[in-house]
Design a protein around this ligand. Structure first.
Ligand code: CU
Length: 127
């Protein structure tokens, strides 16, 4: 390896360090990993049982809702009291990811507004 090549590699390394330092300065600290949740709407239920979801307050949530009905049945998703909902009904095969950071702890209801009473569950935000 020539001296020129080594210097070039060192330059790359220094650039990488500078980028890493720059990110640290911008963020101040490492951002927490998002809490990822997948809800599959199928046969008129979420994940077959409308599970109770648990997340931590102050940590970003990425909640993906996917309509896995075979055909003809739209679904949506709304978290009552947290101002989180799918922008529109999802047709079979469609999905959307909702991103939010719960700012207060407590218990919140979720539902598919097209099938209330069938697709209802709870989200618990832990302090
Ligand atoms: Cu529904």
């Amino acid at each position: 390896m020539s001296r020129k090549t080594i210097l070039a590699l060192a330059g790359v390394t220094l650039a990488a360090v500078a980028v890493a330092i720059g990110q640290n300065v911008v963020l101040g600290k490492t951002a927490p990993a998002p809490q990822r949740i997948l809800l599959r709407a199928e046969a008129g239920q979420f994940n077959g049982e409308n599970p109770t979801l648990e997340v931590r307050r102050g940590v970003p949530v990425e909640l993906t809702v996917r309509n896995e009905e075979p055909a003809g049945i739209p679904h949506d998703f709304a978290l009552v009291g947290l101002d989180v909902r799918t922008p529109k009904a999802l047709q079979p095969g469609e999905s959307t990811t909702l991103r939010f950071t719960p700012s207060r702890s407590g218990e919140f209801a979720y539902t598919c507004t097209l099938h209330p009473g069938l697709m209802d569950g709870r989200l618990i935000v832990r302090p």
